[in-house]
Design a protein around this ligand. Structure first.
Ligand code: SF4
Ligand code: SF4
Length: 411
């Protein structure tokens, strides 16, 4: 029932969008594209008093400010899926998954069957960019085919008729952001009622990719990797994306929090009206309430972390408390990766150093070594074996992160 209604609403909106965008004889020139002038009505799903919501760009969807990252739900069994059910009970209405998280879409399909009308489902086409960067400049037709084929696979595995937003995953090059064939593939799928909105996710060369996405006026949703340590650098691009009507969801939001969080707990409790917050909650809160992002994508491998994450959008801070929060959060996040990609570009062995750093975060920060190992298997290589410990990546890193010692680790 929902899918049928959703498809009808979508088709109406598509007609309005096509008129507003003046798509005549194929795609309009990149520089001439304008965002739709007719906004769809505000869309609410699964509104609960236990969640905070924000209007999500020109999509006009009221998104839960905590997004459930379902990439880790590939293992099967009742436990992980139950976590997603709890999240929906608590008001989450945005679920993020992707083809490269092999098995995630199939794992959450039964939940989709029960709750499709309560959630936005967002998935991603891999391999154009991350994890194995199959597409080279000029391979536009191959890129479009990858997008279209994976969208069909996602629809099949999720067992839905329409996906709310289908992203290109792990975009790090200008020419991917502006590739006409990809946008054309999206428009075709949108016109067929298979997808509603276009998006990209980026965790390398993030500032540049976000700026270009805003200028292109093609994207409805962008998910950049950003943490409190890299926020100032990305702030102008975030502003531009909002001006372009793009909904912004952060990922890798906390950065690596490595110090003993207990040391300052009593101190923090006094600072924030007795609220007993973990360093992760403080980082997410800072990004939501000072960072100008609409929502944060959170990896929830167990009940305790899920509970912590779900509380963040409902936290209340005075302006004075937010002022006090800032230096604490920036201290917690010092040395965190900016997702600039300089280390990967510098490595003489061609090792994707920044990718390895992220995999390490899955293992040590998010507590999910299986997911780290799985995404690296998909990349079809074992970069740690080839590292010669030359130190070039560390020298290139603006944060002087000790990358050789991390890259040298076997996951
Ligand atoms: S230390 Fe290893 S990863 Fe870093 S630049 Fe040298 S070979 Fe590449
Ligand atoms: S050079 Fe440093 S800051 Fe940039 S992506 Fe690599 S680790 Fe992150």
């Amino acid at each position: 029932m929902f899918d049928e209604m959703n498809r009808r609403a979508f088709l109406k909106q598509t007609a309005q969008t096509a008129l507003a965008g003046a798509v005549v004889g194929g795609l309009p020139a990149f520089a001439e594209e304008e965002p739709p002038t007719t906004q769809p009505a505000v869309e609410w799903r699964n509104k609960q008093p236990t969640m905070g919501y924000a209007k999500f760009g020109r999509a006009n969807f009221m998104t839960s400010r905590c997004v459930f990252g379902a990439g880790g739900l590939y293992k099967g069994g009742g436990g992980p899926t139950r976590l997603l059910e709890v999240a929906i009970e608590r008001g989450v209405n945005y679920i993020d998954t992707g083809r490269p998280y092999a098995g995630s879409e199939a794992a959450i399909a039964p939940v989709m069957k029960r709750h499709r009308d309560k959630v936005w489902i967002v998935s991603k086409a891999g391999h154009i960019g991350w994890p194995d960067m199959r597409i080279k400049p000029g391979q536009d037709a191959e890129a479009a085919k990858l997008y279209t084929d994976q969208l069909e696979e996602s629809l099949r595995d999720l067992q839905v008729d329409t996906i709310d937003c289908y992203m290109v995953q792990g975009v790090e090059h200008d020419w991917v952001v502006t590739m006409d064939s990809l946008y054309e593939a999206f428009c075709k799928a949108r016109d067929a009622g298979k997808v509603r909105f276009f998006g990209l996710a980026t965790h390398t060369n993030v500032s540049r990719v976000c700026e270009l996405a805003a200028e292109s006026k093609r994207y409805d949703v962008v998910m950049p990797a950003v943490n409190p340590n890299s926020l100032a650098e990305l702030a102008p691009a975030i502003r531009k994306m909002h001006e372009a009507g793009i909904g912004v969801v952060s990922m890798k939001t906390s950065g690596p929090i490595t110090r003993d969080p207990k040391v300052y707990d009593e101190h923090y409790k006094q600072m924030f009206a007795g609220q007993d917050l973990s360093p992760f909650q403080r980082a997410y809160a800072y990004m939501l309430f000072r960072g100008n992002i609409d929502a944060f994508n959170s990896h929830c491998p167990n009940v305790q972390i899920l509970d912590e994450n779900l509380k963040v959008p409902t936290l209340k801070f005075s302006q004075a408390e937010l002022d006090r929060l800032e230096p604490q959060v920036l201290t917690d996040a010092r040395g965190a990766c900016h997702h600039c990609g300089a280390c990967t570009a510098a490595c003489p062995e061609g090792i994707r150093v920044a990718d390895l750093l992220r995999a390490r975060a899955y293992t040590h920060t998010y507590g999910d070594p299986d997911l780290a190992a799985q995404i690296y298997r998909q990349a079809g290589r074992s970069p740690s074996v080839a590292c010669t410990a030359c130190g070039t990546c560390r020298a290139a890193c603006p944060e002087s992160i000790d990358l050789p010692s991390i890259v040298g680790c076997r996951l």
